[in-house]
Design a protein. Structure first.
Length: 555
């Protein structure tokens, strides 16, 4: 029979595809509802309940700007002006959304969205502000980096993917997704700099974004998303009706941000143009933040943005750089303090308690400020200081330690002093690890190892000298025990083997002796050491223990 005779024709392929769709499957084994679909069950309605609750909260939105500001104060230090502007814009936007939900006729009325532009250096809390607001209101939130987008979407991502991500985060609920927040960072990186010729790709991304920020309908499945297209067909097959394929961006709030580090120079030049003398020199010493607050629409256009794109961002606010004192307050007062995260990390290692003196906190803030990366510098300093502590302390008896200015000055020295102080107790921890290894060995092999005191002391000494954990040391030295002792136990019906210092020092030699004794106890013949390709332990060279066991049993 030829290959051609066995291949299905077009009608057969169409019939197969139709059968797969009826079964809720795709030709690639993809199932949109996971295990529920595989079991022939409908997906749970928990997602619908969550979406309904979120829509109810939006419909009952009644927060005041000051209430939002006070909520943000719990998490973000400083940025008073940014909090004020964001609070007002959010209240205006979701008050309008509330009216639209209660009265659908309101949706047809003209409404100018208050899309926002946040300007400020890295690490000052721009993303954190928006994320906290989205959490407070309970709406879907998507964060994206403007640099990942391309004009066509074939190289890089399509800007419409952000809207599709909103729908995904909203558990597929289109109605909830259309009231979400999209936050785009690094937007200054898509400026078309005219100094080196117009950047066509950057301009194209801007054009695509401005359509989203105004109002457009986005297809839920892009033309390049084959799986998405198949899922849409499956949803129609299951539901008996064609699902909604688009989502409107009319009520999605867009917030974009960027450092705009070079635009301050343009503003400075514009302000001081034509000025001479001492006044000009004195004003020129102002920081970038001073000039960013005076940025105008034309400055953005000169920077490389399309006028239409800038026009879609009517609300603009500048975030202040953080001082060392601000960073100190973040460590002490913010509910999202990175210091609390590190304390929780240590608590995860058998409840190790980390405390930091007030003077050390000031030193952490000072070093972080020198990093010039805003609040992100705090993690850099803490990681640099506590990295070795995280590595060493979980394997020691230490249950609490304090970071002082001395530890900040020399973390390794501080750690060594802590380890030296607990040196005696450390041997007790290592002895406990030997007992744990014996328990694991018995669970895995069904053979009990009894370590006498001298054997335990020998293992502890080796662990300290080699700077290895007891677990790694035992697995290395007793690597042949698992299969060798199984063999000895099966032959002699012996379930317990005593591990002495001699066993620790020469494990393979003692294992061979146990195996030989087991054959003698069973009235058998001593296995030939090294014969027939075997090692002196009776385990064939080049074979794993399971194959060796089968060979012995066949013999």
């Amino acid at each position: 029979m030829s290959t051609k005779d066995t291949e299905p024709d077009a009608e057969q392929w169409q019939k197969r595809l139709h059968d797969l769709l009826r079964q809720g499957q795709t030709p690639f084994g993809f199932s949109p509802f996971g295990q529920a679909a595989e079991a022939g069950q409908e997906p749970p309605d928990e997602a619908e309940k969550r979406a309904a609750e979120a829509l109810r909260r939006i419909e009952q939105f009644n927060l005041k700007p000051r209430e939002i500001r006070d909520y943000l104060d719990r998490f973000v230090i400083q940025q008073g002006e940014a909090k004020k502007v964001l609070s007002v814009a959010i209240c205006d936007h979701y008050n309008h959304v509330r009216r639209c939900l209660r009265n659908p006729a309101q949706r047809e009325k003209e409404y100018a969205k208050q899309n926002l532009l946040l300007i400020g250096p890295t690490g000052v809390g721009k993303t954190y502000l928006v994320r906290c607001i989205a959490k407070l209101i309970g709406v879907p939130f998507v964060k994206a980096d403007a640099t990942k987008f391309s004009e066509t979407g074939y190289v890089g991502s399509d800007v419409e993917d952000m809207v599709r991500d909103l729908v995904r985060i909203a558990d597929g609920n289109v109605e909830l997704a259309q009231y979400g927040i999209i936050y785009i960072d690094e937007v200054d990186k898509i400026a078309s700099q005219s100094t080196a010729g117009r950047d066509v790709s950057g301009r194209g991304v801007q054009v695509n974004l401005l359509k989203l920020m105004e109002e457009t309908d986005v297809n839920l499945h892009s033309q390049t998303d084959l799986i998405g297209q198949m899922q849409a067909i499956l949803e129609m097959q299951r539901g008996g009706r064609r699902p909604k394929r688009t989502v409107s961006t009319r009520h999605i709030l867009f917030i974009v941000s960027g450092a705009f580090d070079k635009i301050a120079d343009q503003v400075r030049q514009r302000i001081h143009q034509g000025k001479i003398g001492f006044q000009s020199a004195g004003e020129g010493r102002e920081g970038d933040s001073h000039y960013l607050k005076q940025v105008q629409t034309q400055d953005f256009i000169n920077y490389g943005f399309e006028p239409e794109f800038v026009g879609r961002l009517p609300v603009r606010v500048v975030c202040e750089p953080l001082s060392a004192a601000d960073l100190e307050q973040i460590l002490l007062a913010s509910e999202g303090s990175i210091l609390r995260q590190y304390q929780e990390d240590f608590l995860g290692y058998d409840e190790i308690e980390l405390t930091v003196t007030r003077e050390a906190i000031a030193e952490i803030a000072r070093q972080a400020h020198a990093e010039n990366t805003g609040a992100r510098g705090l993690m850099t300093v803490l990681e640099r200081t506590l990295r070795d502590f995280k590595f060493e302390l979980p394997s020691t008896p230490v249950k609490a330690f304090e970071v002082t200015t001395g530890v900040m000055a020399n973390p390794r020295q501080g750690l060594n002093a802590l380890l030296k102080k607990n040196k005696a107790a450390q041997r007790g921890v290592l002895r406990e690890e030997v007992a744990k290894y014996a328990e694991r060995f018995q669970t895995e092999c069904g053979v009990k190892l009894e370590f006498d005191d001298e054997a335990v002391d020998a293992l502890v000494d080796l662990s300290v000298a080699a700077d290895k954990t007891i677990r790694a040391l035992c697995e290395e030295r007793f690597r042949n025990f698992q299969h060798g002792l199984k063999l000895a136990a099966q032959t002699s019906n012996r379930a317990t083997f005593c591990v002495t210092r001699a066993v620790v020092e020469e494990p393979d030699k003692e294992l061979a002796r146990w195996i030989t004794e087991s054959y003698g106890a069973a009235g058998g013949t001593k296995p030939a050491a090294g014969g027939d390709g075997e090692s002196e332990t009776g385990v064939p060279r080049g074979e794993d223990g399971e194959n060796a066991g089968r060979r012995k049993r066949r013999g």
